[in-house]
Ligand binder design. Structure first.
Ligand SMILES: C[S@@+](CC[C@H](N)C(=O)[O-])C[C@H]1O[C@@H](n2cnc3c(N)ncnc32)[C@H](O)[C@@H]1O
Length: 285
């Protein structure tokens, strides 16, 4: 009987759908890869109501996953508010300030900056997220949006120093080409606010990769988590003066910034939560 059902499911191409759904429902999926850690539904899933992953069968999407950047219970809300109010204390958003946001999700941060009369360019790489972001644009507003994959060489997109401020939050560790992306981000801005998860290491060349799935995770399926020292090396090499804020004021739920470095090369215990850092870097003038 079981064999007959199984054969029928295989015949109808439904087996992988059933397996994927069962795995997602029971949140039991675990992968092992040799080079790094695998991240999957890493957040406090009880607070999340969406399935984030697209489900593919025979090369086509049969179910579209969803991000929850703006939902009422989303952990993004408080986390975003804390990072924004901290930024405003350190670097007030002024009228006509030009801002670039990268990996913007549904653009909530950009819309806030635009409400302060900044002139904002809002970029996102995931087409599902971008469609929602784009639908929120209005012709008259001081905000525009662009579909941009930060893993690609985007050096031709913007001229050097075109922006007073680049907001680069929650994105770098979703990239494979993180180093090129960080260098480009430094080059197009006079200042950058960078927020990411890091490895706890003073080794300026250490990083660790992992596979990621989900609509608010790595667009290209692999993310690299660099050590905090690797980030600071790039700032120095790009001629940026930087300040890092290991401040409890930015802590929100699983996202923490005031942890004390042990330099034991560890990844965050709570995957994307836990071990994060927040920098503001400016061009030496
Ligand atoms: C963790 S969310 C952060 C959202 C927002 N920046 C924040 O900090 O609240 C990561 C975002 O980066 C986007 N992303 C992932 N890989 C990307 C890539 N290669 N290029 C551009 N965006 C990417 C995701 O789609 C998602 O919107």
């Amino acid at each position: 009987m079981i064999k007959r059902i199984k054969n029928k499911l295989i015949r109808d191409g439904m087996l992988s759908l059933v397996i994927t759904v069962v795995k997602i429902v029971f949140k039991k999926t675990k992968y092992k890869f040799s080079g790094g850690v695998v991240q999957r539904n890493q957040y406090n899933t009880t607070r999340r109501k969406h399935i984030y992953e697209d489900i593919w069968i025979n090369k086509s999407v049969v179910f579209k996953g969803r991000s929850d950047f703006s939902d009422e219970a989303s952990p993004y809300l408080d986390w975003r508010a804390k990072r924004l109010s901290f930024l405003e204390k350190k670097m007030p958003i002024q009228e006509n300030m030009t801002c670039l946001e990268l990996g913007a999700g549904f653009g909530d941060i950009s819309f806030y900056l635009a409400s302060k009369n900044a002139i904002v360019t809002c970029c996102e790489g995931n087409k599902n997220n971008f469609t929602i972001l784009e639908s929120k644009m209005s012709e008259t507003s001081n905000i525009s949006c662009k579909l941009l994959d930060n893993d690609k060489d985007w050096s031709k997109e913007f001229a050097a120093n075109s922006f007073d401020l680049v907001i680069h939050w929650g994105l770098l560790y979703h990239l494979q080409n993180w180093e090129r992306d960080l260098r480009l981000s430094c080059r197009v801005g006079k200042a950058i606010c960078l927020e990411i998860e890091v490895l706890d290491s003073s080794d300026p060349y250490l990083s660790n990769w992992r596979r990621e799935t989900g609509n608010d995770q790595a667009l290209n399926g692999i993310g690299v988590v660099p050590s905090w020292a690797s980030i600071e090396r790039i700032f120095v090499e790009e001629g940026m003066l930087f300040e890092r804020f290991d401040s409890a004021e930015i802590n929100s739920g699983i996202y923490t910034y005031d942890w004390v470095a042990k330099n034991d090369e560890s990844p965050a215990k709570n995957l994307s939560g836990g071990q994060r850092r927040y920098w503001i870097a400016k061009k030496e003038s």
